[in-house]
Design a binder for this molecule. Structure first.
Ligand code: MRU
Length: 345
């Protein structure tokens, strides 16, 4: 198994990210409903990986239906998968592409056409993350200590990773002194997943609680921040895991560059700014419990937004496979939209 999500012969195989770092278990999924459930319960997570999984989910729907009912089954799957998680735009970008195939190739060749499209969505993510890793590593200074939040690595992309791809490429180039990983409450993607990926890769990683970021920055211990994204608006506002905005504010206060790495599929040119990004609200149990153990006082109310929006003026650069953008982002993102192959470094 090469990636966290893969198409194996006639089904989807995915790493169950909920069990990490204790168990590395792969699940074989054969229906689109199973894929939808896996996205909702975060068996698969991370914006690009969700997009890839959803595309394969549509193929499963087509495959499981007799030819006369295929179109209806695919439409239903598009609908169900589209209601799984609202913030990461890669999901909707993938489903839009699968929908286009349905519109253009109804009938006999539909299953093959959908399979080809899903495989190319995945392949494009793989290539994008390779380009992002190389381009982004050029921004990392020699001897750097880099902070990253949440998990934007291999498992989040079903590819080579975006933020973690950059950090590991810089590590291969001998530039990294240390990677500071913020734990990422409530679901601990930093502590459970990023720490696991970095330790496996033999990279020097130190875990801190989210509340320690300001202190660590104030002591001059961080040279730059690199994070992923779930959706980037036309003006460069960035939705990413809850806590990212606080880190960006702290980075600005300490004059530390704040880099966002994301494939072009994460850029949503249909929205003007981050105010239009729907922020997923998740279950209260994620906040009141730690590993299934209640830690909060009974009866307390909970607020659990899964993402926040970092305004573009706090972002130093956006690194995509189409190039590295600095402010003003609106103009740059518009140029990238018309330049699918270009400006790769
Ligand atoms: O709720 P999650 O774990 O799916 O959130 C993931 C993130 O916020 C990642 O930083 C983002 O999707 C980028 S992954 C390359």
């Amino acid at each position: 198994m090469k990636y966290s999500v893969d198409w194996i012969d006639d089904h989807v195989r995915m790493l169950d990210q909920r069990l990490l770092p204790h168990e590395e278990q792969y699940l074989d999924l054969t229906t689109s409903d199973e894929v939808a459930e896996a996205i909702c319960n975060m068996t698969v997570r991370g914006a690009p990986a969700i997009g890839v999984a959803a595309a394969y989910g549509v193929v499963l729907a087509a495959q499981g239906a007799p030819e006369t009912e295929r179109e209806t089954a695919v439409r239903r799957a598009l609908d169900v998968l589209g209601q799984t998680r609202p913030t990461a735009v890669n999901l909707f970008a993938s489903l839009r592409r699968m929908n286009r195939v349905l519109d253009e190739c109804p009938g006999e060749g539909l299953l093959d056409a959908l399979t080809r499209e899903a495989l190319s969505i995945h392949q494009e993510e793989i290539e994008a993350s390779q380009h992002i890793s190389k381009a982004g590593a050029s921004l990392i200074p020699h001897g750097a200590t880099v902070l990253t939040h949440c998990n934007a690595g291999m498992i989040a992309t079903a590819a080579h990773g975006t933020a973690i791809g950059i950090i590991l490429e810089a590590h291969r180039q001998g530039k990294i002194r240390l990677i500071i990983v913020s734990e990422t409450r409530p679901l601990l993607q930093g502590a459970r997943l990023t720490a696991w990926e970095l330790v496996r890769a033999g990279a020097p990683a130190t875990l801190i609680c989210d509340s320690m970021v300001g202190h660590v920055m104030s002591r001059g211990h961080i040279d730059c921040v690199v994070v992923g994204a779930d959706r980037i608006a036309s003006n460069g506002d960035v939705a990413n895991k809850i806590g990212t905005y606080s880190i960006a504010v702290l980075a600005r206060a300490h004059h530390i560059p704040f880099y966002v790495a994301a494939p072009y599929s994460t850029i949503d040119t249909s929205i003007r700014d981050g105010d239009s990004i729907e922020i997923e609200q998740r279950n209260a149990t994620e906040v009141v419990e730690l590993s299934g153990q209640r830690v909060a006082a009974d009866g307390v109310q909970v607020y659990n937004p899964a993402f926040d929006v970092t305004p573009h003026h706090l972002v130093t650069a956006i690194i995509s496979e189409r190039g590295i953008l600095k402010a003003p982002f609106r103009r740059g993102l518009k140029t990238l939209a018309g330049n699918p192959g270009g400006r790769r470094k």
